[in-house]
Design a binder for this molecule. Structure first.
Ligand code: S3P
Length: 441
């Protein structure tokens, strides 16, 4: 059992030095699942070991996949697209929406009967965004009347393909897109998916590298059913840009800081936070650009400079969808009023990230206005105090960073939830020079 953790950060000196981030969370989920669907043994280095990726691995164990983890090297003997063993109990996807949504797509393709469930928090997240289009493909799938987990999938013979379809996603979502791409691998023809915005395209890149016929033409993804088994993976994952964002904002908030983050994934569908921080005035450069694991990668150097308020809206929102909590903290210490629009999707994350973020920033004294699709933050108003993580890993880490720049101390209660995505958060910030008090109990 995990003890409750109260975190309190302060900065007595500039943050300096280098850090290597843990492997990307989105790519870790995909690498584990797609390796299981391949034929042959995959080896994935710099796999992120954290709460949410453990949920994926444990679910794969329950489906008969004998993966092995040595430090950050994951070895997966693939079972093939139709090789899962029907589980004897509901699959526990923990707090991981990526796990439940992508696994549902894979299990729909496989025709494996099962129930997918998760934590109390996961049971509040909408699943009709995957069950409706899957049903249109002929998948027999059901949820309780609130359209949330548990999800029940009926058995289907591998000889009966799913129905190919043309489908437009109502909201840009890589989880939904990935679920439907996986199901489309077992369809009777070409599936065409259209998205209203550029959500992360890791699934398209990774499955194509394994031999799947997936073509991306602008906002459209075309998926041909699998003609031959997926080839196993041998790759090293890039560092997680979403975790990097916490270190970047920490340095941006601490005058005199310069930090270098090595080997960070720089997929253009994920770099909205870099654009936003640059526009705010941060001195942020990319060094040593390369390609690794089919993804753009580079080193990020940030030197602190005074921040100004900006407006974030439109396409950039989806390109930084996980970074709004930490962006909001940067905005609290920027000059002027920051505005976020077109971001209603934030209400369907680990928490309602608009309502909860605004409430917790207000608890720290910040002047914040909540909108249906975003918020406004008046820079310079946050004072300090005690706030709550609400079971949201990104909220916990973001609020903690406020302590680096606030005039009074900031304590974040129930911050242990950060282990879901970035267990090294405190260690890495300490190594860069932040002062961190941890109270357990
Ligand atoms: C993810 C996609 C995003 C993101 C999540 C990870 C993924 O969710 O918020 O943390 O790995 O595909 P949506 O696709 O639902 O926006």
């Amino acid at each position: 059992m995990q003890h409750s953790l109260t975190l309190s950060f302060s900065a007595d000196r500039p943050l300096t030095g280098e850090a290597v981030l843990p492997g990307d969370k989105s790519l870790s989920h995909r690498a584990a699942l797609f390796a299981a669907l391949a034929e042959g043994v995959s080896v994935v280095d710099r796999f992120l070991v954290s709460g949410v990726t453990r949920a994926m691995l444990n679910a794969l164990t329950a489906l008969g996949v004998a993966w092995r983890l040595e430090e950050n090297r994951l070895t997966v003997p693939g079972v093939g697209l139709h090789g899962f063993t029907p589980p004897t109990a509901p699959l526990d996807c923990g707090n991981s929406a990526t796990t439940i949504r992508m696994l549902t797509g894979a299990l729909a393709a496989a025709g494996t009967p099962c129930v997918l469930d998760g934590s109390e928090g996961l049971r509040k997240r909408p699943m009709d965004r995957i069950t409706e289009p899957l049903r249109a493909m002929g998948v027999r799938i059901s949820t309780p009347p609130n359209h949330c987990a548990p999800i029940t999938l009926a058995a289907r013979s591998p000889d009966v393909p799913l129905r190919a379809q043309a489908y437009t996603l109502p909201v840009a979502s890589a989880q939904v897109k990935s679920c439907l791409i996986l199901a489309a691998l077992a369809a009777d023809g070409e599936t065409v998916l259209r998205e209203p915005g550029p959500s992360r395209d890791h699934t398209e890149r990774l499955l194509a590298s394994m031999g799947a016929d997936i073509r991306v033409c602008g906002p459209e993804v075309r998926v041909t059913p699998l003609a031959r088994p997926l080839a196993p993976l041998a790759l090293t994952l890039p560092g997680d840009i979403s975790s990097a964002a916490f270190l970047l904002v920490a340095a941006a908030l601490t005058p005199g800081s310069t930090i270098l983050l090595r080997d960070v994934g720089l997929n253009p569908t994920r770099t909205g936070i870099l654009d936003a921080l640059r526009e705010m005035g941060a001195d942020l450069t990319v060094e040593n650009p390369q390609t690794a694991a089919g993804e753009p990668v580079g080193d990020l150097r940030l030197t602190a400079a005074p921040l100004q308020a900006v407006r974030v809206e439109g396409e950039r929102v989806v390109r930084m969808i996980d970074e709004f909590p930490v962006f909001a903290i940067a905005a609290c210490f920027a000059r002027g009023v920051t505005e976020v629009r077109d971001a209603e999707e934030l209400r369907y994350k680990e928490t309602d990230r608009i309502a909860v973020l605004c409430a917790e920033l207000r608890a720290l004294g910040a002047r914040v206005e909540e909108r249906r699709d975003g918020f406004m933050i008046h820079g310079g108003s946050l004072r300090g105090g005690v706030c709550e993580a609400h079971g949201d890993h990104r909220l916990a880490m973001s609020l903690a960073l406020a302590g680096l720049a606030a005039p009074e101390p900031v304590s974040v209660r129930h911050a242990e939830i950060l282990n879901e995505s970035f267990p090294d958060f405190v260690t890495q910030l300490r190594a860069l020079g932040a002062t961190v008090a941890e109270i357990r109990g």
